[in-house]
Design a protein around this ligand. Structure first.
Ligand code: COD
Ligand code: ZN
Ligand code: ZN
Length: 375
């Protein structure tokens, strides 16, 4: 019996309060309105940014259904939807691509003005919510809310992907993988034969390494204070690994020495202000490029000497690896299927959706790279 046009009752992980576990609840998911799509979730990753909401680093409205790195199958579509159909495999997009705003029309930029990142409303584009639980409206997260058996997204926040794609792997293209890989190939535009330094070897940092390798970097220096991360970093392409705790002097000095005056490209993939400065300082003063990938704690600032840039360095950042989401995600999925990059090395744990709190514990303890929850 078709569920199209009807309210669907299903299970979702609701966050009622900060710093509390998720509660698996029965929620009601309203049918998609015009230009919206309802998706049956198949797999979702747990990203550090979801945890940043739970611990208050990233501000959003409560109660909320989190999750933004996922893949699923279209259950039904609202009026006027033309780019996906029921039965299509899709990836929800936490940065939309409306195709009409100045950012979407800009050849390089990707932060579509319809995004809900800076001052989150926790709604779909029309300003309302599709989830209800115990009679209360539940907020959306980044227009995706993938910690639910069913979710509703705007058409500009969903990409149709290859019909044969393995959803329990390509879900990582919805955030972590693309964020890291794009930071190397698209934002930094890493060059053949270059030397790169990557600070932070979580799932996003490993994806940066894959991007540096794909771009033909000759040396990829991986930096982390947890040496247990080194084996995997080498597997995906790091040529050397450095633990800052093994040295008396600041890590930027160590990196300048081992690279003969500074690296060509550096990446901060941790989300700390001190390592953002180290990453800037370790790149060559006349032409080095340093990329901020990690999300810094809410409302913190860096004070820096402008001379560091006057000499010729470039300091930049981007979300989602600088990729225009709706057009790039299907291509990244076909690239994965053509074996241009692996995703398996990023996946350390697979759990049933109901064990979501266990998945977050694995992330917090540093034991997991990516945990995939399956529905
Ligand atoms: N020096 C070196 N390494 C360190 C230090 C330090 N002082 N402190 C921690 N580390 C290491 C940890 O040991 C760990 O290995 C690594 O840094 C961080 O890894 P994770 O697993 O915590 O993080 P990831 O890889 O999941 O990355 C997440 C980011 C931290 C980059 C997070 O900010 C993010 O997801 N950014 C993406 C930006 C974006 O687009 N966000 C919007 C939606 S996600
Ligand atoms: Zn994420
Ligand atoms: Zn736009």
């Amino acid at each position: 019996m078709s569920t199209a046009g009807k309210v669907i009752k299903c299970k979702a992980a609701v966050l009622w309060e900060l710093k509390k576990p998720f509660s698996i609840e029965e929620v009601e998911v309203a049918p998609p309105k015009a230009h919206e799509v309802r998706i049956k979730m198949v797999a979702t990753g747990i990203c550090r940014s979801d945890d940043h909401v739970v611990n208050g680093f990233l501000v959003t409205r409560l109660p909320v259904i989190l999750g933004h790195e996922a893949a699923g199958i279209v259950e039904s579509v609202g009026e006027g939807v033309t780019t996906v159909r029921p039965g299509d495999k899709v990836i929800p997009l936490f940065v939309p691509q409306c195709g009409k705003c100045n950012i979407c029309k800009h050849p390089e930029a990707n932060l579509c003005l319809k995004h809900d990142l800076n001052e989150p409303q926790g709604t779909l584009n029309d300003g309302t919510c599709r989830f209800t639980c115990r009679g209360k409206p539940i907020r959306h997260f980044l227009g995706t809310s993938t910690f639910s058996q069913y979710t509703v997204v705007d058409e500009m926040s969903v990409a149709k992907i290859h019909a044969d794609s393995p959803l329990e792997k390509v879900c990582l293209i919805g955030c972590g993988f693309s964020t890291g890989y794009g930071s190397a190939v698209k934002v930094a535009k890493v060059t053949q034969g270059s030397t790169c330094a990557v600070f932070g070897l979580g799932g996003v940092g490993l994806s940066v390494i894959m991007g540096c390798k794909a771009a033909g970097a000759a040396r990829i220096i991986a930096v982390d204070i947890n040496k247990d991360k080194f084996a995997r970093a080498k597997q995906v392409g790091a040529t050397e690994c450095i633990n800052p705790q093994d040295y008396e002097k600041p890590i930027e000095e160590v990196l300048r020495e081992v690279s003969g005056g500074g690296v060509d490209f550096s990446f901060e993939v941790i989300g700390r202000l001190d390592t953002m400065m180290s990453a800037l300082l370790c790149c060559q003063e006349a032409y080095g490029v340093s990329i901020i990938v990690g999300v810094p704690p809410n409302a913190q600032n860096i004070s820096m000497n402008p001379m560091l840039l006057l000499t010729g360095r470039t300091w930049k950042g981007a979300v989602f690896g600088g990729f225009k989401s709706k057009e790039s995600v299907p291509k990244l999925v076909t690239d994965f299927m053509a074996k241009k990059f692996p995703l398996d090395q990023l996946i350390t744990h697979v759990l049933p959706f109901e064990k979501i709190n266990e998945g977050f514990d694995l992330l917090r303890s540093g034991k997991s790279v990516r945990t995939i929850l399956t529905f």
